[in-house]
Design a protein around this ligand. Sequence first.
Ligand code: ZN
Length: 135
Amino acid sequence: MPERLGKLGHIGIAVTDIEEAKRLYGEVLGFTLTAEKEMPERGLKVAFLETGNTKIELLEGTTPESAITKFIEKRGTGIHHLSFEVSDIRMVMKELADEGVRLIDQEPRTGAEGHLTAFLHPKSAMGVLLEIEEE
Ligand code: ZN
């Protein structure tokens, strides 16, 4: 079978204080801050940091309705999702749906880095929230 999901693009981490998290990953752990974005329409502050060929996405919820705020209320801070690169997101979404995988997004949305992304339902992935991102 051809590869459906490519390499791990980033690991999403839910945090309550993105400045403190940036300091930990940046100054203490030595990651390089590569991008930052506020997404008020989704109640999110996002920062990307990299080390070696590994990228993390720090996510802080800025409103009570934000998916990240709700996630932290239920499960605390920590790993929120894994994101894998795909070359044709619409094709992969259709193939996964045909395989019976539940998708949270029926249509791709534009992610923090401007790429098309979609989330698979954790109930279809052993409790792990998986994101696919078109590169
Ligand atoms: Zn992500």
